[in-house]
Design a protein around this ligand. Structure first.
Ligand code: NAD
Ligand code: 0WE
Length: 256
């Protein structure tokens, strides 16, 4: 890997299994020489996450439910003890209750809206607040978004609204944390068959039409998201903050 992250410590949120975007970014960061802390949501995902983490020499695993303020505080206390300083944060976490990702958007429930925004948007703010004091040398925060934030993607529903809020949150955090030399950016990835996408009805058709319409005439590979994560984590992107970087084979530029 060209970008050198030796001597830097990265914390990656959102490893569920080997298909996770978080895992692809973690592999890229590891190959670039970063010291890695990986977090997973709960006991249910612990074994699978730990098996993956064991395959990256030096990487360590921590549990953290980002909807729980106490769990975030506890995690960063452990990270402070273990690593002292942090340089890179990868936030690759989203959740809406499954009933919100089908049917009419107008039927979005108050609780579904709250949960989607709490887990998928507020968590980035909470994590940045906890991480910033440990990012003494400045650093890079990366989150994951999707085109459904900007244009209507049927069934994406309240997640689209949450991703729009996430993209705006990236800009406000970039402004606040810029004075600490911490950059904040999002990667807008094209559709990828991960755990979070697999249950979606019509995903096969979406992937097919995406590949047909995209200038590169194919779907994006998760490793391409990983290498963009490495770029945004590294000093090669030192002048970039508050941005949404598209890794979608060009799909978003098309009008027809
Ligand atoms: P994934 O299921 O592998 O990752 C989602 C992760 O969120 C899981 O690890 C899950 O445990 C975690 N999570 C959910 N609630 C949590 C909580 N309360 N606390 C801690 N972790 C929690 O799927 P993925 O596709 O890799 O998704 C990662 C990110 O990429 C998400 O933000 C998603 O919106 C975004 N994204 C995905 C696609 C796609 O097509 N797969 C495209 C663009 C953006
Ligand atoms: O951001 C996402 C998916 C996020 C997601 C997925 C789930 C499935 C399981 C959030 N919450 C949940 N809740 C669950 O219970 N993507 C970009 C992938 C995705 O999801 C879609 C898509 C695409 C693409 C949903 C409908 C339509 C398209």
């Amino acid at each position: 890997m060209f970008d050198d992250l030796r001597g830097k410590t990265a914390v990656v949120f959102g490893v569920a299994n080997k298909r996770s975007i978080a895992w692809a970014i973690a592999q890229g960061l590891h190959a670039a020489g970063a010291n890695l802390a990986l977090t997973y949501q709960n006991e249910r995902l612990e074994q699978e996450a730990r098996d993956l983490i064991a395959s990256l020499p030096g990487a360590e695993g921590f549990m953290c439910d980002v909807s729980n303020d106490g769990a975030i505080a506890e995690l960063f206390e452990k990270l402070k003890q273990r690593y002292g300083k942090l340089h890179v944060i990868v936030h690759s976490v989203a959740f809406a209750p499954p009933e919100e990702l089908k049917g009419d958007f107008v039927n979005t429930s108050r609780e579904g809206f709250r949960v989607a925004h709490d887990v998928s948007v507020y968590s980035l703010i909470a994590v940045c607040r906890a991480a910033a004091p440990l990012m003494e040398d400045g650093g890079s925060v990366i989150t994951m978004t999707y085109y459904g934030a900007e244009k209507v993607v049927p069934n994406y529903n309240v997640m689209g609204v949450a991703k729009a809020a996430l993209e705006c949150t990236v800009r406000y955090l970039a402004y606040d944390l810029g004075k600490k030399r911490i950059r904040v950016n999002a990667i807008s990835a094209g559709p990828i068959k991960t755990l979070a996408a697999r249950g979606i009805s019509g995903l096969g058709d979406m992937l097919k039409s995406h590949a047909e319409r995209a200038p590169l005439q194919r779907n994006v590979e998760v490793a391409e998201v990983g290498s963009t994560g490495v770029f945004l984590a590294s000093d090669a992107s030192s002048g970039i903050t508050g941005e949404i970087v598209y890794v979608d084979c060009g799909y978003n530029i098309m009008g027809f």
